[in-house]
Design a protein around this ligand. Sequence first.
Ligand code: HEC
Ligand code: HEC
Length: 304
Amino acid sequence: MNSPLAPKRAMRLILALSVGLSLGAEALAQSAGAVAPRTYAVKDKNGAPLPAYTIPDDASIFERPDAEAVFYGQRLLNETQRLLPDHVGAAMNCNSCHVMQGKKPLGAPFINTYNSFPQFNPRAEREMTLEERINGCMIRSMNGKKLPVDSREMRAMVAYMKWLAQDVPHGARVQIKNASPFDTSLVPDPVRGRALYAQQCASCHGADGEGLKDARGHIVFPPLWGDESFNIGAGLARTYKAAAFIHDNMPMGVHTDGAWGEGRTLSQQDAVDIAEFFTHMPRPDFPLKDKDWPSGKKPKDARY
Ligand code: HEC
Ligand code: HEC
């Protein structure tokens, strides 16, 4: 980029440098006042207690025989668009939504993921393997193409999720939530949502939901709508799923505590109003939509 930055854009870049780029790393959490706990109770299938789980330090990856695969998986989740340009259609990385590399409770974490697959998928109405579920996010949230199940990339992503699960046995659960319960009886008001978006979100995600890239074209703030966002088949295209995500995680950088200074400034009503507004702005279609919910048992916020 040769032209000087417009002041508003420059301000967003500074915000990005001070807040956005340190994400994913634990640096922000470490320097904050109250840090989210790292140790959680574990229960087996029958609810009996097992030894506690602690979110592992990245340095422990070096001690593993599969260290190379785990580190590659971690990079792929962080820099998905840059490393897999032929497979990713959106200006999005996996960790744009799986907050802090899948280590943040309520931020779509991967902590229980490895141990909870294969799993029944309500949208497909059948059981799915972990690889199939990852490809679900590839073709919907990333608006891209499936990775071959036995590719080095797929195996690396799974290796990272396996490392994150540590020695929790298959079928047991670390006692965290992937998202907080959300009141789906709230009636969204997208007009109010548009105004709240301008106040609370546009500084990072852009006035037109376009997000922000650095001079090399790498993602700093992911887009919330438009051609480069997730498609209508993504979980986040649904009002109440998006509302729960932003209620728990956005706006980030507004406090000096918590995992990344996030949230707790939007009421559930605010979140549902903003979510209805941005999820229904123009975004790519999902060509395989006819195959979802084959027997018609759709949630009320399904997009098709
Ligand atoms: C636009 C946001 C978004 C992006 C980008 C995204 N995901 Fe997801 N992903 C979600 C949400 C939301 C869920 C939970 C869906 C639900 O509640 O049904 C999810 C669920 C998953 C699950 C199931 C987790 C579990 O424990 O049940 C896996 C695995 C997964 N994603 C992997 C990935 C991978 C790998 C990528 C990148 C290739 C990716 N996701 C990109 C939003 C996203
Ligand atoms: C201080 C900057 C900042 C503000 C303000 C902010 N976000 Fe975000 N948002 C981010 C960053 C950074 C990510 C990606 C996280 C990552 O890469 O680790 C993100 C990710 C997201 C995502 C998932 C990825 C995507 O593009 O769909 C959604 C949805 C989202 N934000 C919605 C919102 C909403 C709604 C608001 C206003 C209530 C908001 N954000 C305010 C910085 C911000």
